[in-house]
Design a protein around this ligand. Sequence first.
Ligand code: PAF
Length: 302
Amino acid sequence: MVLQKYENSLSNGNILYFASLYPLHMQLFKKRVALQQTLLNSSGTIGFVPTMGALHAGHTSLIQKATHENNLVVVSIFVNPTQFDQATDLQKYPQQLAQDLHIIEKINPQTLVFAPSIEEIYGDQVSSDNYFFDGLDQKMEGASRKGHFQGVATVVERLFRIVQPNTAYFGEKDFQQLLIIKKIVAQANLSIRVIGCPIVREEDGLAMSSRNQRLTSAQRAKASVLYKALCQAKEIFQNQNLHQANEYVSNLFELDPHMELDYFAICNEQTLTLAEDIKQQKIRAFIAVKLGDIRLIDNLAF
Ligand code: PAF
C-alpha cells in the first residue's frame, strides 16, 4: 500500500516526498533544477553515492559511509542506457525504486534521492561523450563491453556537475570503473574526492551485485567460485608464481560447461597492465565469468 502510494506520486511534480508509514524527511527529485535548488539552500558537505538502483548491502555500506562523513547525502538512482552494450542486459536490469527508497530511508531519512528520467540526463541525444583514458577503458570490462566506460564516464560526469559533491563513494567491486572515475575528475579538474570502498560479500564470498538477483538457484550455488578462484590464485601467486596462478584459474573453468571464463588477469593496480614481477607493488587480480547470460565480476588485492 505504501509503495502504491509512492508510485502514484511519481507521475507528477518535481520534488516528491516519499509516502511512508513514518514521519520522515526523505525527498525524491526527478528534475535536476529542483535538486540543485535544494542543495543551494543547504550548507555543509555533500556526500554523493551514484547508483543504478536495485540496492544491496554493497550500496548501503556506501550510503552509511557517506552519511557518517557528510552533512548531506545525495543518492542517485539511474539505469544509464549508454553503458549497456547489450539491449537485453539493459532490459533485464532489475528496477525497484520503491524498495530502494525504503532501504535508503532506513539508513538516512534525510537523504536526497535523485532519480531522473533518461531525457533529464541526455535530452534527445542518448549517446556518450568522448573520453580519452589512455587505454584504461579498453582492457578487461572495456574489452568485453564495447563503449561501456564511455557511457559510465558520461553519466558520472553529468551527475557530478549536477550534484557538485565534496566526496563521491564507489564500490571496489567495479575497480576499473573506480580508476576511470578518478581520471574523469582529474581530467575535468573537478574538486571532488573519489573514495573506493571495500567489496561487500555474501557469506560464501560472492561479491554483492544487483545482477545476483537474476541468478537461478543452480547458478547462485556456483557463483561463489569467482571469489574462491581469486583466493586460491592468490595463494598460488604468493607461494609459487604468476604463471601457475593463471593456469590454475583457466583449468578450473575449463572443467565446468555451465560457466565461461571471460578473463582472469593479475594486474598492476594503478595501470591495470598485466603484472610481470612478483615483487611489483600493489597487485590485484580481476575475474569475469558468464553464468548463462549473466556476467559476474570480482577482484582481490594480492
Ligand atoms: O556502478 C554503477 O552502479 C554505475 O556504473 C554508475 C557508477 C552508477 C554509473 O551509472
